[in-house]
Design a protein around this ligand. Structure first.
Ligand SMILES: CC(C)=CCC/C(C)=C/CC/C(C)=C/CC/C(C)=C/CC/C(C)=C/CC/C(C)=C/CC/C(C)=C/COP(=O)(O)OP(=O)(O)O
Ligand code: 1GP
Ligand code: MG
Length: 230
């Protein structure tokens, strides 16, 4: 099950807290994207997550939940992506909430469906940076060091460079990728069209497109064929 994400080149991230018409959802789910990731850093509830899952399930596309709030963990997703924010000094976002989750859910946890993402948040103005008080103004050298800790010491399956809301520094992304052996490198932030999608896809393994869905869907849809080789 976890292996499925090893082939993902393109992912659309849908925010349960934002409105999306049936027509828009259909276009996204039938776009040949590799997966739909459901997640957001605020306003995510059990109800809006459950409702979005049911709507996505009308289509034949993998659907995964990126957990940001324990109250909004809904059964029935293909995978559960667990962020671990590496560049925060608040231990809750590295391991605290996770321990609480294991205490709360215990034997109900489908371990074979859990994938830990080593998040490195690089846009100080994004919601996730504010929520987790991330130390987000990192040099390339520092970001690469975090990534290597995720790879060589923690042996995480994913390193996620998060620039949510803004297009990142592709040289930094490229340098980080050169340092990684094990993890798949996810990149998210400011991908709005085919050009930005290609630039990012050249230097990472998987691109994640979020806000563009809500700002300019037509352009957002062009990101799929821009990066998918098949
Ligand atoms: C029965 C059943 C299915 C049980 C399931 C059991 C299960 C899966 C248990 C969970 C196990 C576990 C270890 C859970 C972890 C719990 C948890 C709350 C961890 C903390 C996660 C975390 C670090 C969150 C911080 C915020 C963050 C990094 C969110 C990621 C998503 C993100 C950045 C979205 C972008 O947000 P957006 O709203 O778009 O932001 P912008 O405003 O910038 O656009
Ligand atoms: O919303 P955007 O800027 O596309 O970023 C995507 C994703 O990385 C957000 O978690
Ligand atoms: Mg967003």
């Amino acid at each position: 099950m976890k292996q499925m994400m090893q082939s993902w080149q393109h992912v659309f991230k849908l925010d349960p807290d934002r409105e999306l018409s049936d027509e828009a959802l259909q276009a996204i789910c039938m776009s040949h994207t590799d997966a739909i990731m459901v997640g957001g850093s605020s306003g995510v509830t059990y109800e809006n997550t459950d409702q979005l899952l049911s709507r996505v399930r009308q289509f034949d596309v993998p659907c995964v939940l990126e957990i940001s709030d324990l109250e909004a963990v809904v059964p029935g997703f293909d995978l559960y992506m667990i962020p671990m924010v590496l560049n925060t000094q608040q231990t809750n976002w590295i391991i605290g909430h996770h321990v609480q989750a294991v205490e709360q859910y215990g034997y109900l946890i489908p371990w074979d469906k859990l994938i830990v993402e080593g998040y490195i948040i690089l846009n100080p103005d994004c919601t996730a940076a504010k929520v987790t008080q991330a130390v987000a103004s990192l040099t390339t050298f520092e970001a690469a060091a975090y990534a290597q800790v995720a790879d060589k010491m923690l042996q995480l399956p994913i390193v996620y460079l998060e620039y949510s809301g803004t297009f990142g520094d592709m040289e930094l992304v490229s340098d980080v990728r050169r340092k990684l052996d094990g993890p798949r490198l996810f990149y998210g932030g400011g991908i709005i069209d085919a050009d930005t999608a290609r630039l990012a896809a050249d230097v990472c393994d998987t691109i994640v497109v979020g806000n563009a869905i809500y700002n300019n869907l037509e352009q957002a849809l062009t990101t799929v064929s821009a990066v998918k080789r098949s």
